[in-house]
Design a protein around this ligand. Structure first.
Ligand code: TYM
Length: 344
């Protein structure tokens, strides 16, 4: 059976980009009877970006409620919090010890921080924590601890998945023989994951046309109230072409957003409307209606779920148990393979 795995960092309120890039494809994959899915709240990752405990706590609740509101069936999938699975930080250390420091030097997030410091004439590592530096190794452990085959994500995560493959491969190379000898199994101890990207939503744009991202403060929250949603959609940046003038779909954030929430027929109708010179106000109204049609039913259940933290807690505890039943036996084998088994 194929294992599909993905996570969301619990640093903010889930937005349309998270939904289109990760949640929607993940929930769709979970309906396939040939798939075992592992979906989780990356709350250890959240500590790297956020030092506000109340915000992290709130975000965990919101993201838990969001997954369920978007149709995830916790009976069918394994749904858990990263911080409930001690095998993940354990594996992180085993992987840390086989990861080349040079590999981590090349991680986009770390490099961006260094470049920013260098430009500002500061020490390159100023304000950079070891947590930020280690981000890709923790993420590799998330994936490899469950021997995931496929990881549905947005484009911004591709490098992380590639690093997980590199790190897994290095571990297999160094410890594969010992693992095979100990377990009598064939193959490799760690499965190298494949990234899974939905081309037309891989980078959903935000209000200002850049990638929709918590760090750019340009997001549309998935479950904003209709009035707020409408206001945000009306504020999407467009060019200055007047009604009646043909519009370009190429490079139009508005069109890209529309496409992410529309079927082929609706998308083609919008393409035609662009060519026919639809006014931006009308186009935005259509986009608002399309998003609203998608999210309205889920928003209802989100409201109910977020008001029941006890229920969410029970779901996640049950999920942690299922997740550990998979990760713990693998960790035991890996520990023994690196020489950390019992003396007997
Ligand atoms: P995070 O929390 O930033 O985002 C969660 C998911 O949403 C996708 N995404 C987008 N997709 C399309 N357009 C956008 N504008 C957009 N913004 C965000 C992200 O690509 C991601 O799939 N490191 C990860 C969380 C993580 C993880 C993992 C993912 C931790 N461990 C293991 C997969 C497997 C992150 O910070 O995603």
């Amino acid at each position: 059976r194929t294992r599909v795995l993905t996570g969301i960092t619990t640093t903010g309120t889930p937005h349309l980009g998270n939904y289109a890039g990760a949640i929607r494809p993940a929930v769709a994959a979970s309906l396939d009877p040939q798939v075992d899915s592992f979906y989780f709240l990356a709350d250890y990752h959240a500590l790297i970006k956020a030092d506000d405990p109340a915000r992290v706590a709130r975000s965990r609740l919101e993201i838990a409620a969001t997954w369920l509101a978007c149709g995830l069936d916790p009976e069918r999938v394994t749904f858990y919090r990263q911080s409930d699975i001690p095998e993940i930080p354990q594996l992180t250390w085993l992987l840390t010890c086989v990861t080349a420091k040079g590999l981590l030097n090349r991680a986009h997030a770390y490099k961006a921080a260094v470049d920013k410091n260098t430009e500002a004439g500061e020490d390159p590592d100023a304000g950079v924590t070891a947590g930020l530096y280690m981000y890709p190794v923790l993420m590799a452990a998330d994936i490899l601890a469950f021997n995931a085959h496929r990881v549905p994500v947005g484009r911004d995560q591709i490098q992380h998945i590639e690093m997980a493959r590199d790190i897994g491969q290095r571990f297999n190379h160094l410890h594969g023989d010992a693992w095979r000898a100990l377990t009598g199994k064939a193959g490799e101890p760690l499965t190298l994951p494949e990234v899974e990207i939905e081309e037309h939503v891989a980078t959903l744009p935000g209000l200002d046309g850049r990638k929709m991202s918590k760090s750019y403060d340009n997001t549309i929250p998935l479950f904003a109230e209709p009035e707020v949603l409408k206001k945000l959609v009306m504020s999407i940046v467009t060019d200055s072409r007047a009604p009646g003038e043909p519009k370009e779909v190429e490079g139009s954030s508005l069109f890209q957003l529309y496409q992410a929430f529309a079927d082929t027929e609706q998308t083609e109708a919008m393409r035609q409307a662009y060519a026919d010179g639809i006014g931006w106000g009308d186009a935005k109204q259509r986009l608002f209606e399309r998003i609203e049609a998608t999210v309205a039913p889920m928003r209802e259940s989100y409201r109910e779920l977020i008001a029941r933290p006890d229920h969410l807690e029970n779901v996640l505890q049950a999920g942690a148990e299922k997740a550990r039943a998979v990760a713990a036996p693998l960790l035991d084998e890996l520990q023994r393979a690196v020489g950390l088994g019992g003396f007997g």
